[in-house]
Design a protein around this ligand. Sequence first.
Ligand SMILES: NC(=O)CC[C@H](N)C(=O)O
Length: 229
Amino acid sequence: MTEQQPPRKLRIGVLALQGAFTEHINLLNRLTDDIEAVIQIKTPQQLESSNLDALILPGGESTTMALIAERNGLMEPLRGWVRAGKPVWGTCAGLILLSNTAHRTKQLGQPLIGGLSVSVKRNAFGTQLNSFVSDLSIPSLGPEPFPAVFIRAPIIETLDDPSVEVLARVTNSDAGGEGENIVAVRQGSLLATAFHPELTADDRFHRYYLEMVREVRGNLGEGVNTSSS
Ligand SMILES: NC(=O)CC[C@H](N)C(=O)O
């Protein structure tokens, strides 16, 4: 009889400098079938020595997060992680940090991790008071709409490489505007959402990321999936 070994469980790091990292950790800790450990990352040593399969950059304030990351000596190690093709998911401020270009009316040239070939516009829907929830159609997650929470959210203004795949758009009438904007993309090992899946009870986006992590780690030849046949 041949025994089917289950795939190895994943170790997921969450950048824990500022913002909504606890919410990601709480949601990930419920996905015990897939996850071995969820680890808070605050220092370069933790990033290097935690044997992580993937990283999440949470929502919060991208300027503050970048400032603390620089102070902790984490910006370059994070850039190296992205360059190595290891999986990263940025939510909201995390999307801003991952993007190659960020625009806002007042502040240009904030430090970014970069790697994702998009330009984003920060605070595209206005202030905290203009937060909203929109039921998005996200075909990659299945037919049920996904309840997306937008809090001082950015939008993805331009896709600057053909390898960037659009996963979701928001209809701006939900935010009192017109037209629609791109709010979720994937480019190879990088996933980015302008909204906050960690603030809902719906875990499909986190499960989608874990699947993506297994696929990317498999491509990197790091044998996440150890099942034998
Ligand atoms: N919810 C969020 O992460 C908001 C992002 C924030 N407006 C920024 O520019 O960094």
